[in-house]
Ligand binder design. Structure first.
Ligand SMILES: NC(=O)c1ccc[n+]([C@@H]2O[C@H](COP(=O)([O-])OP(=O)(O)OC[C@H]3O[C@@H](n4cnc5c(N)ncnc54)[C@H](OP(=O)(O)O)[C@@H]3O)[C@@H](O)[C@H]2O)c1
Length: 273
């Protein structure tokens, strides 16, 4: 706990997607740790609701809300740029994202574009806007919220996994480039997490995907937020919340053939049912 307070207390942390799910849980935990917060998302009402919930629990909290679409580079620069001139940032958590599962042969081309525009380019636009300020300040921390599907692909997630693999490559390169400036970089790989996004995914998720995903235990958004905060305080690059998630990634790295066999078996059973 002392580590967390030293890391986040009094620091200005920008959280994209801070109005829902993992981002909202992060915002609440960071407010407890006395961070100054800037929450970014498209829907202003959800942002204001989150701000009100935080202020009800912590009346002294400093919370700014910026309603904008991170996929639009001009809007990110126009919305965030002037704000950062008066409120220099210490950390950026690129958490906003979308996930639209579906079978490749049935999925709309527009879905592929949307995943890259938000999950990948949204993160690039935010990082390009914030990183120069961290360089100027002589340090900081950037955390990117990927997924277990940043490092392995499963049935039903061609569009999503491609965008998260792109984020993984970007983040691994960025780590080395920003290190000389005292800026730490972290990659979070959450497994299924109980959030509004996941509930929406379940409504359209192919049965085969559900059968494969059922092999890994779902976590709460609070648990994922806590794991990220502890991992960032510990200066870790890769953070995987939950035992099942860590085992899945380790197995995929060391015995990928067996993991594919398990996925294929789950998929076959679901297709027969
Ligand atoms: N839930 C899971 O099972 C799971 C597992 C692994 C990884 N993740 C990752 O965790 C992150 C958070 O997911 P979540 O489950 O917490 O989702 P969520 O509850 O749907 O929250 C997503 C947040 O991102 C914001 N957002 C989406 N598109 C945006 C855009 N174009 N510009 C600005 N903000 C945008 C949303 O607000 P607006 O819609 O109002 O913009 C919302 O605040 C995502 O990157 C997701 O891929 C989730």
């Amino acid at each position: 706990m002392a580590n967390r307070e030293a890391k986040f207390g009094g620091k200005h942390v920008i959280v994209t997607g801070g109005s829902s799910g993992i981002g909202k849980a992060l915002a609440k935990r960071l407010a407890e740790l006395k961070s100054e917060l800037t929450l970014v998302a498209r829907r202003e009402t959800l942002l204001e609701e989150t701000k009100a919930e935080i202020l009800a629990a912590h009346p002294d909290a400093q919370v700014h809300v910026l309603p904008l679409d991170i996929a639009d580079e001009a809007k990110v620069q126009a919305g965030l740029g002037p704000h950062l001139e008066t409120r220099p940032p210490d950390m950026l958590i690129n958490n906003a994202g979308i996930a639209i599962p579906g079978r490749f042969l049935e999925q709309d081309a527009q879905d592929y574009r949307a995943h890259m525009d938000i999950n990948y380019f949204g993160m690039v636009h935010m990082t390009r806007t914030v990183a120069p300020h961290l360089v100027k300040r002589g340090g900081g921390h950037i955390a990117n919220v990927g997924s277990i599907l940043s490092v392995m692909g499963i049935y039903g997630y061609t569009a999503y996994a491609a965008s998260k693999f792109a984020m993984q490559g970007f983040t691994e390169c960025l780590r080395g480039e920003l290190k000389p400036y005292g800026i730490q970089v972290t990659m979070l790989l959450p497994p299924d997490t109980d959030t509004p996004q996941h509930t929406a995914e379940l409504e359209i998720m192919p049965a085969e995907t559900k059968a494969i995903a059922g092999n890994v235990k779902m976590l709460s958004a609070e648990r994922v937020a806590d794991t990220l905060i502890d991992g960032m305080a510990g200066g870790r690059f890769e953070i995987i919340p939950g035992f099942d998630g860590r085992m899945t990634v380790a197995a995929h790295r060391w015995i990928p053939g067996i993991v594919r066999w398990v996925c294929d078996s789950s998929q076959k059973k679901a297709a027969r049912a």
